[in-house]
Design a binder for this molecule. Sequence first.
Ligand code: HEM
Length: 129
Amino acid sequence: MSEQQTAYALLGGEQPLQRIVARFYAQMSAEPRFAALRHTHAGPLDRAEQRLFMFLSGRLGGPDLYIEAFGHPRLRMRHLPFAIGPTERDQWVQCMDEAMRAEGVEEALRAALTEFFTAVAAQMQNREA
Ligand code: HEM
């Protein structure tokens, strides 16, 4: 693995990332064990899906689509309207980990990304329980 390679490149670029994000939201809707997470998302998921893809594209080292379109992500602030406790936080990370497994993301890369998502999700938590 070259140090130059970004997570975006290692995933395979735009289409694999889009598939992971699509699967993340599809699972969130379909699986009862992600019900608390789904409940925080009031409306249809297309907007969230599009924005998460755009954000991750830039954050993982690909085109900075989110910042070009919407400016600084201010992620924690943007999540304040939603009640995010430990349950929602953990379901997010679990749902994303399963989406990456289902899309065949290589083991070491998946583990590194899950570590990253765990840290970001912890920052989004805005209530104790
Ligand atoms: C910790 C649990 C999390 C919950 C419950 C949660 C929930 C939500 C909800 C309800 C929205 C609004 C969707 C909409 O406007 O239709 C949203 C937006 C978003 N989330 Fe999360 N999220 C979580 C963690 C994360 C993490 C870990 C990331 C990034 C790695 C992330 C990235 C985003 C982005 C980029 C948006 C779009 C923001 C915008 O432009 O409005 N979220 N999230």
